[in-house]
Design a protein around this ligand. Structure first.
Ligand code: URA
Length: 188
C-alpha cells in the first residue's frame, strides 16, 4: 500500500507481474488531477497510449475528449486510468489473470485520489470493478452506489467508433455525471 501516486507509478514502470510487460513500450499509469472528484476508468492502453505513456490519446481518446469538451468537463480536473497498465497484444481484452495482477495498482490509485464518482468505460472496467454479474448494456446510465463512491457505467469510446448510434447514450450518461458534479460542486 503506497501513499503517493508517484510511488505506485515507479513500481508499475518496473512491473513484470504478468506477460503484458514483455511487449510494452511504456506503461500507462494514469493522468490528471491527483485530487480529482471524478475518475474515468478504461480497459487498457492501445498502440498510441503504449507509444506515449498516457491513457486515451488515440482515436477513442480523441472522441472521448470531444465529449468532455462539449459537456464542459475538463480533462485536467478529472483523473483517467485503465484496468491494465500495459498494452494487450492486438488490443485484445485483458485476460482475467492480467487484470487481477494489475488491479491492486488501480485500487491503490483510487484510495489515494478518493474520487466521489467513477465512470466505468465499457465491460472490462465494469466487470473488474463491480463484478462479473454486471453487463454494460443493461447497467449503463444507472448510478450504482458502493462504499461511498457513485459509479456510472457507460460504453467504452471505442464502441462508439464501431457503432455511432451508441454516441447518444454515451453523451446522456456523461451528462448525468456532469449534472451530479454541478449539484455536488465537484471539480469538473
Ligand atoms: N482504450 C482504453 O481502454 N484505454 C486507453 O487508454 C485507450 C484506449
Amino acid at each position: 500500500m503506497f501513499e503517493k501516486l508517484e510511488e505506485i507509478d515507479a513500481v508499475v514502470k518496473k512491473c513484470n507481474k504478468c506477460g503484458l510487460c514483455t511487449n510494452r513500450t511504456n506503461t500507462v499509469f494514469g493522468v490528471g488531477n491527483p485530487n480529482a472528484d471524478i475518475m474515468f476508468i478504461g480497459e487498457g492502453p492501445g498502440a498510441d497510449e503504449d507509444a506515449e505513456g498516457e491513457p486515451f490519446v488515440g482515436k477513442a481518446g480523441k472522441l472521448m475528449n470531444q465529449a468532455l469538451i462539449g459537456l464542459g468537463i475538463s480533462r485536467e480536473k478529472i483523473y483517467i486510468a485503465n484496468i491494465v497498465k500495459c498494452r494487450p497484444p492486438n488490443n485484445r481484452t485483458p485476460l482475467k489473470e492480467e487484470a487481477n495482477a494489475c488491479l491492486d495498482y488501480l485500487r491503490n490509485q483510487v484510495m489515494i485520489i478518493k474520487p466521489k464518482i467513477i465512470v466505468l468505460l465499457g465491460n472490462t472496467a465494469l466487470k473488474n470493478i463491480l463484478g462479473e454479474e454486471y453487463g454494460i448494456t443493461s447497467t449503463r446510465g444507472r448510478w450504482i452506489d458502493k462504499k461511498g463512491i457513485k459509479y456510472m457505467p457507460t460504453f467504452h469510446p471505442a464502441a462508439l467508433l464501431r457503432d455511432e448510434s451508441k454516441k447518444i447514450d454515451f453523451w446522456k450518461d456523461l451528462e448525468l455525471v456532469k449534472n451530479e458534479a454541478d449539484v455536488q460542486n465537484f471539480q469538473i
